[in-house]
Ligand binder design. Sequence first.
Ligand SMILES: NC(=O)c1ccc[n+]([C@@H]2O[C@H](COP(=O)([O-])OP(=O)(O)OC[C@H]3O[C@@H](n4cnc5c(N)ncnc54)[C@H](O)[C@@H]3O)[C@@H](O)[C@H]2O)c1
Length: 313
Amino acid sequence: MGTRKKVLVTGGAGFLGSHLCQRLLADGHDVLCVDNLFTGTKDNLEPLLGESHFELLRHDVTFPLYVEVDEIYNLACPASPVHYQFDPVQTTKTSVHGAINMLGLAKRTRAKILQASTSEVYGDPEVHPQTEDYRGSVNVLGPRACYDEGKRCAETLFFDYRRQHGLDIRVARIFNTYGPRMLPDDGRVVSNFVVQALRGEPLTVYGDGTQTRSFCYVDDLIDGLVRLMDADNSVTGPMNLGNPTEFTIRALADEVIRLTDCGSAIVARPLPEDDPLQRCPDITFARDTIGWEPLIALEEGLQRTIEYFRSVI
Ligand SMILES: NC(=O)c1ccc[n+]([C@@H]2O[C@H](COP(=O)([O-])OP(=O)(O)OC[C@H]3O[C@@H](n4cnc5c(N)ncnc54)[C@H](O)[C@@H]3O)[C@@H](O)[C@H]2O)c1
């Protein structure tokens, strides 16, 4: 265990944020979780709420925040299409105003700050797998743009604050991550399939199921975020964090059906607008600079996720 730091996690009551808070507490830090509980829940923080080094503050990051901290992980932002398209203007505000407010806080406190960016900055990519220097192919006008463009603008702000104010920044481009504490109704593919299977319903596959995704288990992803934050300050990113092993959506559905032993059928539905056909990270940069790569295989991660959903639905 190193020195105890005061660490702020925005979006800390969400899926990734709650696991990150747990990891930072286990590493011996004081953790301040800031969340407006839009998609996050106190249930996610249930194991942490009694801990003396943990604090939850209900706050919307689109408003300034005045606290004293050493490090900031900026995760606040709904991540699944159903939630970020519910109020797209608020989604853009959360990414852009949220970034400005957190960067302002980092500037005042001289805190190190990490942005949870996303593979969505690559849009529907023309190169495969995606390396960090690929500039992306995003539809500026589509229904996903509030999220994609909001995140792109946040990255710009991070690099401008570094150039203009010398901030110690980190930008992680997170690819599909799954695990316990995903919301059962958030429309993300892993939670969708697992919940449908456990309810004995047919699994819904959009399109013909040949589109591929890479799935990273949450513990691996959190380890990547912490390593990136702890890296030398020349390592700003952007850095891809995700699992480079690709699966088709159809193969994922088959695996969920096998592991849950549910006997569900698979039904096809039309592909939503702007849904990328192929998405896979090149993680060479993460391997070489922070010695990170995912360790948990899909089967093991799915088993843990299925166990969690069995206990909540
Ligand atoms: N899970 C993934 O696969 C994935 C992939 C790429 C990027 N990310 C990024 O990681 C971060 C966390 O994602 P997640 O999967 O845990 O999603 P999530 O929806 O579970 O968590 C987001 C959290 O942010 C909070 N929040 C939203 N708007 C807020 C606001 N204005 N003020 C304060 N809090 C606010 C929500 O209540 C929630 O607790 C997001 O920034 C997301 O864009 C996640």
